[in-house]
Design a protein around this ligand. Structure first.
Ligand code: TXA
Ligand code: MG
Length: 372
């Protein structure tokens, strides 16, 4: 299949430029488009054959349901059968934006879209290209991230081209995305609402608006437990390289990583380190990539997937990564890093002085080094 790429300047474009892509969507075809979080791979959410093509193009397991994207609240009627009060408040506050709500589905939504669940995920993205495309197509748009299943989500059109060119009809290149991690998925069918995937809207921000939110389940799915959000059970967001997280005081993390780098070099493996800009100078790996600044976690979130893809491009065999405090967007950053880390996490004990106190790390991090 020949994939058409349409280049659109996100800051200044004529919506008519999106018309061919909108027509393709309405006709049951696949179109990749930018959102504020990551690129999505869209199809008409109410057309089971079109939705089936998404699973085929991505190689996605068919038991992993999709998010339905809308541009107008009017579209909700065809998608969900009820909007509880708290959900309405969240829509008013955070839409358009990186928040996905799980609600009871309308009858017209096919099983292919929801993977047979009685609920449906819905969000209104905060990206003008996405909103114009949905509006012009006249359909609600089911869209997972536009990557081959299991790979890091695409944050630039070049990532989508690398993964899906030749497998889909059209890619709209609207520049790189801003948030860089996927939307927060919040289950509104339980009380208190439960975070199934941390993302662009933090738990703290949600709680400031609707009170208690249950975020206990965000870390890992273990054993035979059936996850409420089926996507959470799959290996995800992974670079091809092996990846190991190292958590603790920053000086000790650097010492440990540098030692591991030497060991792997001795085995002729190309080594990579994922570090914050503040700490990058501490490392001696073959490739050191910095998504952003530790004291500005949004910058880390925005570029972390790009860094994971770049390690693979550069032929790195093993990546060692710093960890980040799990507050605000940091919860989503660590959730994705843990899922990407095939080699698990090394937790270093904190420094201690004679009085049993802790030597202050160069960059203090409440998450690091304190857990068993
Ligand atoms: O930011 C985003 O959310 C991006 C952009 C394109 O909007 N989309 C995205 O879609 O990340 P995807 O398919 O990669 O992830 C959707 C997640 C999966 O973990 C899936 O299991 C969960 O949402 N999900 C979808 N429908 C659900 C439902 N009815 N109940 C529980 N979880 C659901
Ligand atoms: Mg995805």
């Amino acid at each position: 299949m020949r994939t058409t790429v349409i280049r659109v300047n996100p800051d200044d474009f004529d919506p008519e430029k999106l018309r061919p892509a909108a027509r393709a969507l309405a006709g049951g075809r696949l179109v990749a488009f930018p959102t504020e979080t990551v690129y999505g791979l869209g199809a008409d959410a109410l057309n089971p054959e079109a939705v089936g093509r998404i699973y085929e193009a991505k190689g996605r397991p068919s038991d992993n349901p999709l998010i339905v994207h809308i541009s107008d609240l009017e579209q909700l009627k065809a998608i969900v059968s009820a909007v509880p009060e708290k959900a309405r408040i969240l829509m008013e506050t955070f839409w358009p934006g990186p928040l996905t709500l799980i609600l009871p589905k309308s009858e017209g939504v096919p099983d292919e879209t929801t993977a047979g669940l009685s609920t449906v995920a819905v969000r209104m993205p905060a990206n003008k290209i996405a909103l114009d495309l949905i509006r012009l197509s006249g359909v609600a748009v089911a869209a997972p991230s536009a990557n081959i299943s299991g790979a890091p989500s695409p944050t630039c059109a070049s990532h989508v081209i690398a993964d899906l060119s030749g497998r889909i009809d059209c890619i709209i290149d609207g520049g790189c995305t801003q948030v860089g991690l996927e939307s927060t998925v919040l289950d509104m069918t339980v009380d208190p609402p439960a975070v199934l995937r941390p993302g662009g809207v933090s738990v703290e921000t949600l709680e400031a608006v609707i009170g208690q939110v249950n975020a206990d389940k965000v870390s890992e799915v273990s054993g035979n437990e059936v996850p409420k959000s089926p996507g959470m059970k799959y290996r995800h967001y992974s670079p091809k390289a092996e990846m190991v997280l190292v958590s603790g005081d920053s000086d000790r993390v650097a010492e440990t990583i540098n030692r591991l780098v030497e060991k792997n070099r001795a085995k002729n493996r190309k080594t990579g380190v994922l570090a914050s800009s503040e700490t990058r100078a501490l490392y001696n790996a073959d490739v050191v990539l910095c998504p952003g600044f530790r004291n500005s976690p949004e910058t880390i979130a925005a570029s972390i997937y790009r860094c994971l893809r770049d390690f693979d491009q550069l032929g790195v065999d093993i990546i060692f990564s710093e960890t980040f405090p799990e507050e605000g967007i940091g919860l989503a950053i660590m959730n994705r890093l843990r899922k990407a880390a095939s080699g698990g996490i090394i937790r270093l004990p904190p420094y201690s002085n004679k009085n049993g106190g802790h030597k202050k790390s160069r960059f203090s991090n409440p998450d690091e080094g304190v857990k068993p």
